[in-house]
Write a protein that binds this ligand. Sequence first.
Ligand SMILES: [Fe+2]
Ligand SMILES: [Fe+2]
Length: 321
Amino acid sequence: MEKQKLIKNFKDREPIEGFFVVEYKHEIKEYKNGYRFMFGISDKSGEVMVNYWGGPDRKQVEEVFNGFSKGDIVYIKAVSVLYNEKIQVNINPPENTARKALDDEYDLSIFISSSNQDIGEMEEKLFSLVESVKDEKIRFLLESIFKDPVIWSKFKKIPAAKRYHHACIGGLLEHTLGVALFARTACRLHSSLDRDIVIAGALLHDIGKIEEIKITNTIEYTERGMLVGHVALSYEIVKDHLAEADIPETTSMKLLHIILSHHGEKINGSPMEPMFPEAAAVYLADVYDSMITQFIREKKDIDTDDFKIYSNILARRIFVK
Ligand SMILES: [Fe+2]
Ligand SMILES: [Fe+2]
């Protein structure tokens, strides 16, 4: 089979063949020609709904239905169609099929990509930023977190998101570095900013993602991630380590405030809005890094003759020439 088509490039009335992760599966229902069921599939580029249009033999439909579950990799031969201005996939047996894939049939890179940057090089850059912090108590806090082998083994691998920017292995490290470097530039432009607080806040702002996201066959949220979210999880990790670091109360509160305010506005899930310049610097660096990266991701591997696509994630049209 030639290289399989990415979901984001599915078009109206085209054959689809390849391996995908099952995101969800709904129960069997009756329809005029027999029995059908719906499920969702994803690859590293997106997610799409699939309709299995079975015949009148319920047992046969049940056999296909019971053949795979959420989280499995499935092999699918189907047709993509545009319906209500949205792409979906139809499986019309017997020409089309859906079945659980065998372990040696597919390559995991279909579902999860890796950062383009070398993890070792990013690690070096991150630790040189840690070393550049002059206040030794803040530096101690950063070292106690990033030099903890359990934290670091997760931090260097975890994606920064399931779909949005840096949804790749090493994505959290790449994003954290991006934010810290943008924030460092802000310190160069505005000499009155407290550089140590800005750098520490930038490096720690998304640390809770190590508990929010996990890698299986795909990128998934953990239960804690779903219910608590990375803003609170980051707060928790930093608060735990602050107890050891003996940092003055106001500085500690400023670091925690940067974490709680880094999504900028309450409407974006930020429990606080930035209340001092260092917090504004980290918030803006986070927006810069994530937005620019998302635009680049949208254009990557795009297969269209058009000069524009619609991005669900950025909620706007993107110019792709
Ligand atoms: Fe965040
Ligand atoms: Fe972030």
